[in-house]
Design a protein around this ligand. Structure first.
Ligand code: ZN
Length: 292
């Protein structure tokens, strides 16, 4: 399904705004405080980051974006960093360590195949924009948690373990009851269990974030519409089911080729979408030693 066109920023809780953009269907957050604003995720290119800034200015207020948070390393959440030249960029420490290598890899993929993909909402011009974007690494990183003080409210950044990547952080605005979870959840698609994902640890990571956050009224996924805690818990349980089935198969000594094709009614997503997850679990769980 083609993602919807952008409507710019819409307020979803007290001085917390979201803008959903068609290219890769990315959700971007904006948190306003007395001492400036925080942007959560910056989209996939210099041009796209500038569009976010234009949309901030369109709110018609005197808003200064002083901080950017990257929920994780992926290009559609980080490449727009370069557009926010007066802001401090915050991210988990692994983002600083891996953004260049990951970034070059996606640039190479789009350089080799720059054709647009309507189902992901991007054109050839968007793809070329990604390739042309200079990477900007985080300025301030943390291992477990950090805060941004906006004078009259605090934005928290929390790491609770691996999941969609090795460095996903949750961004909380407790006074407004909003929790950004990046791609640890997705509303418009299945969660992306990709080649840098940690399927066996993902559900526990989500449980930690949801427990720590109390009862946020708005949970913001990396892609798609904002959801509630019940949605996030359901998706957490689906990821847990994937992990349970794949762990069981691995520990039973099933051959990889069978694990890629054998149906199981407990799997919440089509097996053809779980090929990478199977490979990840095979790599992450040691082969059981043969019986003596
Ligand atoms: Zn991602």
């Amino acid at each position: 399904m083609t993602p919807p066109a952008s409507r710019g920023f819409v307020e979803v809780a007290d001085r917390v705004f979201l803008a959903r953009y068609p290219q890769w269907d990315v959700q971007v957050g904006l948190v306003l405080g007395r001492d400036g604003a925080v942007v959560v995720d910056t989209r996939a290119s210099d041009v796209q980051g500038r569009e976010v800034l234009d949309d901030v200015r369109r709110l018609g207020r005197d808003i200064e974006v002083r901080h950017v948070v990257n929920t994780h390393v992926h290009f559609d959440h980080t490449f727009g960093n370069i557009a926010f030249d007066t802001a401090t960029v915050h991210a988990h420490e692994t983002v600083a360590a891996t953004l260049e290598a990951r970034g070059e890899r996606i640039k190479q993929l789009l350089r080799d195949d720059p054709a647009g993909a309507p189902e992901y909402g991007y054109t050839e011009a968007d793809a070329r924009g990604v390739v042309a974007t200079p990477l900007r690494l985080p300025d301030r990183t943390f291992a477990s948690s950090a805060t941004i003080d906006l004078g009259d409210r605090v934005v928290t950044m929390t790491y609770a373990g691996r999941g969609h990547t090795e460095g996903d952080v949750a961004v909380g605005v407790a006074d407004a009851g909003v929790l950004f979870l990046g791609d640890l959840i997705e509303e418009s698609d299945h969660p992306s269990l990709g080649e840098d994902s940690w399927p066996l640890e993902w559900a526990d990571t989500l449980t930690s974030h949801l427990t720590a956050a109390g009862e946020p009224g708005v949970v913001v996924p990396g892609h798609g519409r904002p959801v509630d805690v019940a949605f996030a818990e359901r998706q957490r349980d689906e990821v847990a089911a994937v992990a349970a089935v794949l762990r069981e198969r691995r520990l039973a000594g099933m051959a990889l080729v069978d694990a890629l094709h054998e149906p199981d009614a407990r799997l919440p997503y089509p097996l053809e979408h779980l090929g990478t997850a199977v490979h990840r679990v095979w790599a992450q769980l040691a082969t059981p030693s043969p019986a003596e």
